[in-house]
Design a protein around this ligand. Structure first.
Ligand code: GDP
Ligand code: IMO
Ligand code: MG
Length: 430
């Protein structure tokens, strides 16, 4: 039996949703273990597009989906997403969607603090999604958070809100000069959410453990990417959770021995939304052409994504941090028609070669990419189904990536659709 973790290797939006949707066919359960509705995962099935922010991307394959304890949940967004999926004819209910009783709740004051801080920071802002993610994780770490188990106990919830709102409003009004919140209306509104969501709430660690014991296969769906990880990313231009594969255990309540493989999703070039250094970023026509052809706009905020060449310094970092057993290369079709393609193989800093991703943002911001240039391919590869049918230059590009990061390619994605995929090795077949 295999239990596989899928993670982003770059700065998010690598195409995790597509690969999770496709691989969910071979799994029984799909689990999200961190992040919240800062994520936007896109799936395209028979030409129809679905974007999920909270519900795991296994829902279209009619698999049991689990919202792990490591996530932070805005209940209004979750209820909207459930309604949206149902309106599209997808089966969603407490039988196939389970929420951890220990997942933390995003409250209105978290969103106000997130947006108030960004406004105050001006051009020093992080460029967050404004969904209250950081302030919610902050309250979790300082032990002032509210979990699902407290949300569904109306007495406990009321007490908690009353005590915390005083402090939040003081901070919002006097420090951030931002809109305050009204505790009574929060209590009423959230009591309504609690009533609707209570049937979904359970101990998901037990659900997953029992499933593994019964021989079921689990797919863990990461959000964001290794370089947005709170510990290992471009801090402070990161998200507020651990996005790396190790957190699949903490964020779902299982032990590391259950994980049998980790697949890193690698976009064939690099993108980033929000602020922060990005050595291989392109500011020229090629960058603009990739942005346009790749339709690089955020699935959550609609912001234009910054684009650059594939960076194997960050990929090698992701290989080590996640213990990748293989990668899935996505959006390869976007590079069709380029005369040459560049791969960043190292950085140059003060005349020296840098092979390892630096922790200092100052250093990183001063790093210049060192490129290897390969011939491109003129063919449209989007309808190709077999690896050996790819143009020789495309194969050479992929082989060179494998060599540089010392990790095998399991999957190549040549279009957004579930079927626009070349599978070299199925991670569920050991
Ligand atoms: P995620 O956050 O990692 O799930 O990625 P997003 O959904 O935010 O962004 C990936 C975008 O690329 C989505 O619009 C996908 O539909 C699209 N996509 C995924 N794989 C491919 C591919 O191989 N080719 C093309 N052209 N688009 C793809
Ligand atoms: P998926 O799962 C890309 C970025 C934001 C910002 C930083 C912090 O779709 O790949 P936050 O709201 O989390 O405090 O914002 O992280 N960010 C993402 N960028 N894809 C995502 O998710 C992201 N989630 C957060 O743009 O720079
Ligand atoms: Mg996304």
């Amino acid at each position: 039996m295999s239990n596989i973790v899928i993670v982003g290797t770059q700065w998010g939006d690598e195409g995790k949703g597509k690969i999770v949707d496709m691989l969910a066919e071979f799994a029984d359960i799909v689990v999200r273990f961190q992040g919240g509705n800062n994520a936007g995962h896109t799936m395209v099935v028979k030409g129809e597009q679905f974007i999920s922010h909270l519900v795991p991307s296994g829902i279209l394959q009619n698999k049991t989906c689990i919202i792990g304890n490591g996530m932070v949940i805005d209940p209004s967004v979750l209820l909207e997403e459930i309604d949206y999926l149902i309106s599209k004819g997808i089966n969603v209910g407490p039988d196939n969607l389970k929420i951890s009783e220990k997942a933390h709740i995003i409250m209105p004051y978290h969103k106000h603090v997130d947006n108030g801080r960004e406004k105050m920071k001006g051009d020093k802002k992080i460029g967050t999604t404004g969904r209250g993610i950081g302030p919610c994780y902050e309250d979790k770490a300082t032990r002032r958070g509210i979990r699902f188990i407290e949300l569904i106990d109306t007495e406990v919830f009321k007490e908690k809100v009353k005590s915390i709102v005083k402090e939040k409003n003081f901070y919002l009004k006097n420090f951030l000069s931002y809109e305050t919140v009204d505790p009574e209306s929060i209590i009423n509104q959230y009591n309504d959410y609690a009533k609707k969501l209570a049937p979904y709430v359970t101990n998901i660690s037990i659900v997953i453990y029992d499933a593994i014991k019964a021989g079921k296969q689990i797919l863990f769906e990461g959000a964001q990417g290794a370089h947005l990880d709170i510990d290992h990313g471009t801090y402070p231009y990161v998200t507020s959770s651990n996005t790396i594969a190790g957190n699949a255990c903490g964020g779902a309540g299982i032990g590391p021995k259950e994980i049998t493989g980790v697949i890193g999703i690698v976009k064939a070039y690099t993108t980033r939304v929000g602020e922060g250094p990005f050595p291989a970023e392109l500011f020229d026509e090629t960058g603009g052409a990739i942005q346009k052809k790749g339709v690089e706009f955020g699935a959550t905020t609609g912001r234009k994504r910054r684009c650059g060449w594939l960076d194997t310094v960050i990929l090698r970092n992701a290989v080590r941090l996640n213990g990748l057993t293989g990668i899935a290369v996505t959006k390869l079709d976007v590079l069709d028609g380029l005369e040459t393609v560049n791969i960043c193989t190292s950085y140059e800093y003060n005349g020296k070669t840098v092979n390892d991703f630096p922790a200092s943002l100052k250093t990183l911001a001063a790093c210049k990419p060192v490129y290897e240039t390969l011939p491109g391919w003129s063919e449209d590869i989007s309808s190709i189904k077999k690896f050996e049918d790819l143009p020789q230059n495309t194969i050479n590009y992929l082989k060179r990536v494998e060599e540089l990061i010392e990790t095998p390619i399991y999957i190549v994605s040549v279009g957004p659709g579930r079927d626009e995929t070349i599978m070299l090795k199925n991670p569920f077949n050991k």
